[in-house]
Design a protein around this ligand. Structure first.
Ligand code: NQM
Length: 348
């Protein structure tokens, strides 16, 4: 590996990832993960000896490969590299990094570009679902510039539209894996839901919070974090995830009435650090909970009439489009942007 490994460093939505071709990495998962830990610099809170950014949102890896099924254009495996633990998890998907997958696959020549726009069917290996991605390719080349703006990312960029037709229960096998809209865990009403991302939803007020606290304030509340982790450990088996002590899912999301004209306000623990915004698939799960009567989110939500759920978070809003009738959701979509930051070789 002394000549280095080809690597694209990409922003996808409000996260960043090192993107590799599967053919450039060891095929054995253990050897691959050991290599990726060295590349990212984990375990170390600063990831000083690697390219990771010392934050879960910039300690991500995506691995691309030719499609392993006939209805897809390419395969995408997402890996969360823990910052301060020697651990890599494929247990969760990542909708933010998904935005960078189409552009990266086009950059690498894994799929051909059309003139104008390129539609790609991306097989998300973590869940087995297909995402439809619309990439701007004027003149047959990826364009990263444009007028689209997403909260949490400065400036404007080319839009990447993502649509999912079948992500209900993507990880847990059912939208409400416990079979109930609400469960009592540690004396609190919790909605255990998976509409793309396994999430435990709790009302902020039930924890004595307003739901408008800053991520820094929430991270400083040791008792709160311990309480949420105890609930998360109970939720794991109920969500068919088993023992989740070492897993990055389920995420924990505190909800409150919207305060900025959106559908609902959120603060997300992913699962131990507090997100500066919210993961997009987590936001899809929250939006789905808003339309389920009896859920911890339903009574707090201001349901939009046009299916555009603006999920409020600490740095703005994430727009989720749900095509639904009541609690019956036919498809979910969102707009993200992506950017190629670096194309080169990384050394382990
Ligand atoms: O929920 C962070 C992110 C994510 C995941 C996390 C994500 C999603 O913001 O789809 O995008 O929840 O760990 O990248």
């Amino acid at each position: 590996m002394s000549e280095g490994i080809p690597c694209l460093w990409m922003r996808g939505g409000s996260s960043k990832a090192a993107v590799f071709l599967a053919a450039d990495l060891p095929q054995d998962a253990e050897a691959r993960d050991a290599l990726l830990l060295r590349i990212m610099g984990s375990p170390d809170p600063r990831q000083i000896d690697g390219i990771g950014g010392g934050d879960p949102l910039s300690s991500k890896v995506a691995i691309l490969a030719p499609p392993s099924r006939p209805d897809a254009d390419l395969d995408y495996l997402f890996l969360q590299v823990f910052v301060d633990q020697p651990r890599i998890s494929a247990a969760q998907p990542c909708g933010n990094i998904l935005a960078a997958i189409g552009p990266a696959a086009l950059e690498r020549g894994l799929v051909p570009a059309q003139r104008g726009e390129t539609m790609l069917r991306i097989h998300m290996r973590n869940t087995g679902e297909i995402a439809l991605a619309q990439i701007q390719t004027p003149g047959g080349r990826v364009s990263y510039t444009g007028d689209a703006r997403i909260d949490g990312v400065p400036g404007t960029h080319a839009p990447v539209r993502l649509i999912f037709e079948n992500i209900a229960g993507a990880v847990c096998g059912a939208v409400l894996p416990s079979g109930r809209a609400v469960d009592m865990l540690a004396g609190l009403e919790c909605t255990l839901i998976d509409h793309g991302m396994p999430v435990v939803i709790l009302r902020a007020t039930d924890l004595g919070l307003s739901g408008q606290e800053s991520p820094q304030m929430l991270e400083a509340m040791g008792d709160l974090r311990a309480r949420l982790e105890a609930i998360r450990l109970q939720a794991g088996p109920l969500m068919a995830l088993g023992d989740v002590a070492a897993s990055s899912v389920p995420k924990m999301v505190l909800v409150a009435p919207p305060s900025a004209g959106g559908a609902i306000a959120t603060r997300s623990f992913i699962p131990h650090r507090v997100h500066s915004g919210i993961g997009v698939l987590a936001a899809v799960s929250v939006a789905a909970a808003c339309v389920i009567p009896g859920s911890a989110a339903h009574a707090l939500a201001a349901l939009p009439s046009d299916g555009c759920f603006r999920v409020e978070h600490p740095t703005g809003q994430t727009e989720i489009l749900l095509d639904h009738t009541g609690a019956d959701i036919r498809s979910a979509g969102f707009l993200r942007t992506a950017r190629k930051l670096m194309d080169g070789h990384v050394f382990a």
